[in-house]
Design a protein around this ligand. Structure first.
Ligand SMILES: [Zn+2]
Length: 297
């Protein structure tokens, strides 16, 4: 495993030619992406290994020039490391590049066992309804997510998952909702987990409980600058299936008791290498695959 860091900054804030200043600290086109200029800004992203000797030199350059920057760190694993994992977090790289869906679009939920304050534990009772005005998001993809981490797979990939004998999964239909024309079924399926894992180990790192609900289940989040690393006790995984969801719910919540006017948090999906291989062989992109750490006991 290696940790990758993406540094974002405004190259226009450097005093001098950004390209030669960057080259002077060893950062050439192999690690530098320039997105601009945009008006008076020159957005630049530098991608380096966290242990790369160029990183401290680059940050020193920023300090000398009074440049502000942001750091985004995520772990990257080799296929062999993922293959050897007990469970793998299926982390959507960018939920907002998925499709808008959920309670506000017409998907139905049973809230009888959900937390009355945050809605964690909401149980979906209908097909997944997605925003029909944004279907272009699905084009050319074999799997994606909704903005709320529901996992959608096109029907052939759903078939491969169903035929694989993987445990702990079920499927629901996916419908597009149009303002005036009602609902139409899409050649996609929602991948659902039948098993919720016990709470993760408190020794998990890179997750935070920024606005804790008294139920303790939401709302977990992640940091930009710290990679999330989930840990579980070995004994808590005895019942794990090939597809599971976390007990914890992530993301922000806006819930006032009316589920159809709410933003709900969501659990993360944890899968086995068997399921990962099916996604990999289908050429699916857009997910970071993050093996969990296992503790004794
Ligand atoms: Zn709650």
């Amino acid at each position: 495993m290696r940790t990758e860091v993406k540094i974002d900054f405004d190259g226009a804030c450097l005093m001098g030619d950004p390209h030669s200043l960057m080259r002077a600290v060893g950062c050439g086109p192999d690690v530098v992406e320039v997105f601009g200029p945009v008006l008076k800004r020159l957005p630049i992203c530098v991608t380096l290994d966290d242990s790369d000797a160029r990183l401290p030199r680059l940050l020193e350059l920023f300090k000398q020039h009074g440049v502000e920057w942001s750091e985004y760190r995520r772990d990257r694993y080799t296929d062999d490391e993922i293959q050897a994992a007990r469970l793998i977090v299926m982390d959507a790289s960018d939920l907002m590049s998925g499709i808008f869906a959920g309670p506000r679009v017409g998907t139905q939920y049973d809230m009888s066992e959900a937390c009355k304050l945050c809605g964690a534990g909401a149980r979906q009772t209908s097909a997944m309804v997605v925003d029909g005005e944004r279907l272009q998001v699905l084009e050319g993809k074999r799997a994606t997510t909704t903005w709320y981490n529901d996992i959608l797979v096109e029907e052939k990939l759903a078939g491969a998952l169903a035929e694989s004998g993987a445990t702990g999964l079920s499927f629901r239909g996916v419908f597009a909702a149009f303002e005036k024309r009602g609902h139409f079924q899409l050649p996609w399926r929602q991948l659902c987990a039948t098993h919720t894992l016990p709470p993760m180990s408190p020794r998990s790192t890179g997750t935070k409980l920024s606005q804790p609900c008294p139920c303790g289940r939401s709302c977990f989040g992640t940091f930009w600058e710290v990679p999330p690393r989930l840990a579980y006790r070995a004994s808590d995984l005895a019942d794990a299936r090939d597809v599971n969801v976390t007990w914890e719910w992530f993301g922000s919540v806006n819930f006032n008791g009316d589920v159809y006017d709410s933003v709900l948090a969501y659990p993360w999906f944890l899968v086995t290498p068997k399921v990962w291989r099916i996604f990999r062989d289908a050429g699916v992109t857009g997910f970071d695959w993050l093996p969990i750490r296992i503790e004794d006991g």
